[in-house]
Ligand binder design. Structure first.
Ligand code: HEM
Ligand SMILES: CC(C)=CCC/C(C)=C/CC/C(C)=C/COP(=O)(O)OP(=O)(O)O
Length: 311
């Protein structure tokens, strides 16, 4: 560590020799954005489960671990690159790279090491397609989203969202060595989900992005147009979530789950669209996470239900 963190100093003053190490470890852990990583792991696990073919449990675990490490790697590099703006935004100002508890160069080193490690292990233990797709996903988040688009265009998260949508495809490729229709649909769902997910948050965090000059949609186009965009993407998203059933990739159980969840998500969004209030935007953001989790869980339930019912 180049700089001693506040928590580390506090713990050292209390005379606990091991405590600073624990707080340092916690800082490095937060660097990987573990909360976001949980849902990335879950969507990848669903991709892995739905893919035809059998993978030894140890290899399945390795594939998920590599995707998690790749997501953590790109998050650490994002933290390194964005330290200058993160320290000026209320939501991110306490991040270890924003406070200086972790030297940005160390964040970069952690990110690059994890990225190389995850891609190498994925390529050698699973297959080269999965390794290449993982490398592409990390590169997309780092170079395309973080370094190129984020500070330049309000379409940043629409295009950059492709990185967040790829993990289930990577997992699918890890099992099958290829890509087919269902993983493309899994990709499309997350791709279309990302704009309502993020713009809802951007609406109630608008001041943050405005202050640091990041051209998120509410900053550039205003709240009304952002609400229109959220509504339009949600309508298309809900329609696309029905495709797996319509194209014979999932059954009626999934179709019912997708319809009900889509209806609830749409109801939240329409309410926000009618009444532009931060509390409603926050609700849409929170529900978006729950929604994606349940929708993907629906695909698993749909797959296992016949076996459970028919034995
Ligand atoms: C370009 C794409 C995306 C952008 C710009 C974005 C942006 C954000 C932001 C800014 C937050 C708030 C984080 C915080 O306050 O710490 C957040 C939270 C979250 N995002 Fe996303 N997100 C994207 C894609 C995804 C994807 C693909 C997933 C998972 C599949 C995801 C899952 C989550 C979760 C679970 C949270 C809640 C974290 C918490 O509880 O602290 N996001 N997202
Ligand atoms: C395998 C692999 C590489 C997975 C990546 C998954 C992925 C791209 C998830 C989305 C990342 C995310 C939370 C972006 C937040 O935007 P931001 O970085 O602008 O948010 P911030 O302001 O919170 O830093």
């Amino acid at each position: 560590m180049a700089k001693v963190g506040e928590a580390g100093v506090g713990a050292a003053m209390r005379g606990t020799a091991a405590a600073p190490r624990v707080s340092e470890l916690r800082d490095f852990w937060t660097l990987l954005k573990p909360n976001v990583m949980q849902l990335v792991i879950f969507t990848s696990a669903v991709g892995l489960f739905l893919a035809p073919g059998h993978l030894h449990p140890l290899l399945a675990f390795t594939a998920i671990l590599c995707i998690a490490a790749g997501a953590g790697a790109s998050a650490a590099i994002n933290n390194w690159y964005d330290a200058d703006i993160d320290c000026r935004m209320a939501r991110t100002r306490l991040r270890p790279t924003a406070t200086g508890r972790i030297d940005p160069a160390e964040a970069l080193a952690v990110g690059v090491t994890l990225a190389i490690f995850s891609v190498m292990v994925m390529s050698l233990a699973l297959n080269y397609l999965a390794g290449a797709l993982l490398a592409f996903t990390i590169g997309f988040y780092v170079f395309v989203y973080t370094m190129w688009l984020k500070r330049r265009t309000p379409q940043n998260i629409v295009i950059g969202g492709a990185a967040g949508a790829l993990p289930p495809v990577v997992a699918w490729a890890a099992v099958t060595g290829g890509i087919s229709l269902l993983p493309i649909l899994l990709f499309l769902i997350i791709f279309l989900w990302t704009p309502p997910h993020f713009w809802a948050l951007a609406l109630y965090r608008n001041g943050d992005y405005d202050r640091v000059g990041v051209p998120m949609l509410p900053v550039v186009a205003g709240r009304k147009r952002t609400l229109d965009h959220i509504l339009a993407y949600t309508v298309v998203l809900v329609a696309v979530t029905l495709l797996p059933a319509l194209l014979g990739q999932a059954g009626l159980c999934y179709a019912a789950i997708a319809l009900v969840l889509g209806g609830v998500f749409l109801a939240h969004v329409v309410r926000l669209w009618r009444q532009d209030r931060d509390v409603l935007a926050m609700r849409v953001f929170r529900f978006s996470i729950f929604y994606l989790f349940l929708l993907y869980a629906g695909l698993v339930v749909d797959r296992v239900l016949p076996t459970l019912v028919l034995g």
